[in-house]
Design a protein around this ligand. Structure first.
Ligand code: ZN
Length: 233
């Protein structure tokens, strides 16, 4: 059987990656990491996002396996970033935003592969994206390819990471979501996915919930505006 494990955080990207995986594989499980995020909202919205996708699309629900939550509290304890501490979002000395959690994607991939090993799954799916405004070095294809080589050697298997969003911008990600599940999927992602770094969900904008001003909200707002303009034009 053709199986995949989706790194599912509950953001816009994972809201697109899960349907993508369900369209390409026969059996799809999800994994989420609890690493001491400053805001618990991510952990609750990811459950709702997954639930609504499976509720509205029975053909996908039939292929969905369990959702796994892995506790990586130690990662939050040792990293002093704006995602895990009450710290202002700025650029650090290396020119990276303080939302960068060092090594996060590499750690996530290793844990996902270790779970996959146990579950008989060698295909991982993640929403990493080079076009991401932040230029996180662990989202680069080169980094991820090297990580998968080391994982395949270390687990003595053929482990692969699928990154359907790697070369898409945010408008392209919305277009892909529409291709996969039409307006119904767009509406679920708008309503249930969470991007805001500050964990704010009080106001619903046309692009979803958020504070409206942090870098993640700005990226999401601009991506939606770009997609909406292309759609109507
Ligand atoms: Zn925000």
């Amino acid at each position: 059987m053709n199986k995949a494990l989706v790194l599912f955080s509950g953001g816009q990207d994972s809201g697109t990656c899960l349907p993508w995986a369900l369209s390409h594989f026969d059996h799809v499980e999800t994994i989420g990491f609890h690493y001491g995020q400053r805001h618990d909202v991510e952990m609750t919205t990811r459950e709702r996002l997954r639930r609504d996708i499976l509720k509205v699309f029975p053909k996908w629900a039939a292929k969905a396996g369990p959702d796994h939550i892995i506790n990586l509290q130690a990662l939050g304890e040792m990293s002093e970033t704006s995602l895990t501490r009450e710290r202002e979002i700025t650029l650090n000395e290396e020119g990276l935003p303080t939302t960068f959690v060092p090594g996060r994607n590499l750690i996530f991939l290793n844990f996902a592969a270790a779970l996959g090993y146990r579950r008989g799954i060698t295909r991982l799916v993640g929403g990493m994206c080079e076009a991401d405004f932040s230029g996180y070095p662990d989202c680069r294809k080169e980094t991820l390819d090297a990580a998968m080589t080391s994982i395949s050697l270390g687990l003595d298997g053929d482990y692969k990471l699928e990154t359907p969003l790697m070369f898409l911008d945010k408008a392209g990600a919305w277009a892909l979501a529409h291709e996969l599940g039409g307006e119904a999927l767009i509406e679920i992602i708008l309503e249930q996915s969470h991007s805001c770094y500050l964990g704010v969900r009080e106001t619903r904008y046309d692009w979803g919930y958020g504070c409206g001003s942090c870098p993640a909200c700005a990226l999401r707002r601009e991506g939606w505006a770009d997609y909406a303009a292309k759609r109507s034009g």
